[in-house]
Ligand binder design. Sequence first.
Ligand SMILES: Cc1cc2nc3c(=O)[nH]c(=O)nc-3n(C[C@H](O)[C@H](O)[C@H](O)COP(=O)(O)O)c2cc1C
Ligand code: SF4
Length: 435
Amino acid sequence: MPKEYRLILKHADEPRYSNDLGCYLKHGGYKALKKALKLKNKRVEGKGTLSPQEWIREEVKASGLRGRGGAGFSCGLKWSFVDRRSGKPIYLICNADESEPGTFKDRQIIYKDPHQLIEGMIISAYANDVNLAYIYIRGEFVEGAKILDQALAEARENNLLGKNILGSGFDLDIHVHRGAGAYICGEETALFNSLEGKRGEPRNKPPFPTTHGLFGEPTAINNVETLVNVLPIVQMGGEAYAAEGTERSPGTKLFCLSGRVNRPGTYEVEFGATLRDLMDLAGGLVDGSELRAVMLGGAAGSFVGPEALDMPLTLEDTRVAGASLGSGVVMIFDQHDDLVDTVRRIAEFFRDESCGQCVPCRVGTVRQEEVLVRLGRGSHIDDERDLLDDLATVMRDASICGLGQTASGAIRSAIELGLLDGIAATGGTEGEGSR
Ligand SMILES: Cc1cc2nc3c(=O)[nH]c(=O)nc-3n(C[C@H](O)[C@H](O)[C@H](O)COP(=O)(O)O)c2cc1C
Ligand code: SF4
């Protein structure tokens, strides 16, 4: 039986573990912060003398930590691009929008162990010379926002936030900002616009957030899970952290299992565990189920077939297989699932969530959904393939942001796996796909 490896969710499901400060402190909470704030300048072989902030950034780089928000970009590299020379204020943003369909991992941290996120953010802010940080939380997480506000108040009362944190001379405050229910506001530049009180539309890149982010100032933006991973890195050191998982995907990953498994839920495993391991952890397929397909990475990801069961779940292995881990969605489908309708709903989702700013995505997502509606009504995939291919190419190559660039990925993979071949399903309602 495969085992979970809990670095991040180590206490979250323990009986009697509560999300208040007292419980967190009893379980070793804020030790990493105390360690970080006590660091002195250090001489490091080949790097000269490093300030505490530089040392933390170097450790994060050495750890190989890669972003958990979907793109898997190196966290240490991103932090190294933050403009510290201009003297402008630097912001840190925690992206807690978590709106990718099938993703439910960040909320586990927020609801069950909010101080872990706050501690990760304080250290990350300290390392990046940030005095003001924001948590942008999905609007629907009303309770999550309350939990965070309460935890932040506890942190302020105990001088873990505010002026001169624990006598270190470092000042920081963190604010919670609730989104208003748009998937696109999880995209980092749309998120900045939303935080600034504007329409949540993505900006063109470059310039990148590390030089022109929130309010046009240098900004480090990371996912909840990424920021929490900074704690074990500071505690055990970058090199030790890099030994977990695989060489190019170090550490653990939270996976969100849903669909036809016996125990759907969030599972933490080292990178490199296989799809089969994860499904076993989730109690295997429900009785009578035959695995038909797995959606990896959410609506912005892709489908893989049963032949991928032994594929190691790493950023590098999934890329070679033409898939992606995205934010850790693993959705299991069997012979009873109507995949034409599932794929149509994915197309409908992108049509609804496109911000409409650029033509390839605004028009492409509508045309794409129309095709899927036709397929549901009995049209054959061979008659629609060319149009779907053209739409996919235009959206991928000419859209401003990741939403349009990935809006056809799951659909294309479903076609390649033959999941849409010759099936007439229920389809959408009259008039859908033609707004
Ligand atoms: C349409 C779209 C939605 C996104 N939604 C989220 C989200 O809900 N949470 C998140 O962390 N990243 C999301 N991202 C990725 C962010 O733009 C950004 O890459 C991420 O917050 C960076 O953090 P990381 O480097 O720690 O992964 C989204 C990207 C796109 C294109
Ligand atoms: S790709 Fe889609 S979501 Fe992104 S900016 Fe263009 S219209 Fe908006």
